[in-house]
Design a protein around this ligand. Sequence first.
Ligand code: SF4
Length: 354
Amino acid sequence: MINKETLSLLVKNDNLPAFRVKQILQAIYKEGVEDFNQITTLPPEFRKKLADEQKLYCFQIIKKLQSPDGKTVKALFKMHDGALIEGVLMRFKDGRNSVCVSCQVGCGLKCAFCATGTMGLKRNLSAEEIFDQVLYFNSYLRQLAKTQNQGKGNEKGARVDHVIFMGMGEPMMNFDNVTLAIEYMNDPEYLEIAARHITVSTSGIVTGIEKLIQFPLQINLAVSLHAPNQKLRESIMPVARAFNLDQLMASLKEYNDKTHRRVSYEYVMLKNINDSDTIARELAALLKDQNCHVNLIPYNQTYLGFTNAGKTRIDAFKNILESHNIPTTVRVSLGQDIDAACGQLAVKEGENLV
Ligand code: SF4
């Protein structure tokens, strides 16, 4: 990411007028140029200087995988220290272009069903490293639209308009960098993504939820619940031992009361673990009278020994929740054919590269 302060200095040092800053911001963040040399509105010498001395992204793109239908694109990014992270672009039928970003290298929370958890936590990502994942996919979409619409002049809509923090890492364990990256994404001079289209997903870090209540932008909160009682939850999510279910539900009530924003619960459907009718009724009781929404997630098979509950079971679970007036959806699962489950690509590549 190259920010406006840095650009102002570069422009000033070259004795160029201030409007050049706006031109560069426009080219990078709105038009999605992938090389400074593409900014043809700039004087050629300055353009070359930028290309020689500055970088558009703070990482290298070392792999890009695309599903056969082109709806899912997954990229593997290599950081300055060699760390690998991944980001996924999902292009939905309704026109949404959503990017799932990583916020840490690995994750220290070790959820039993998650490939990233097996890596452990290597480090937090900086705000720039988080932001650049979204910028990369935004530029990808802008360039793709230009190619597809050549001569037609209609590239409207080809941009990232939704972001979800559901890649590698726990956002609440990297709160300051995550919220700074969100401010950049939302900034009209950068990507101008509506705050209400940005979702932070937590495994239930209560201290982070409390801080989020104070965050001024109206972003969404999703909570990876995955179990309606403490015993089951802590058996698949060790984080539940640090922040138990009662504490978690109390903090979410406070979040709801103070922000008046609906909480989304993510619930991964694991065969014979958390998918029975009894558990569905228990979940309905836990969420009774809450302003919430449940998103059931078909499990992307990994090597960790868990199995997807299957469509019939997921539908039955959904029906029970809905019969208790709990709005419930089943997540459209994109990209299973390209290792789109959280952490899978980076874990595989890490094994090959380290
Ligand atoms: S599911 Fe999320 S919180 Fe749990 S180990 Fe994986 S990345 Fe970490």
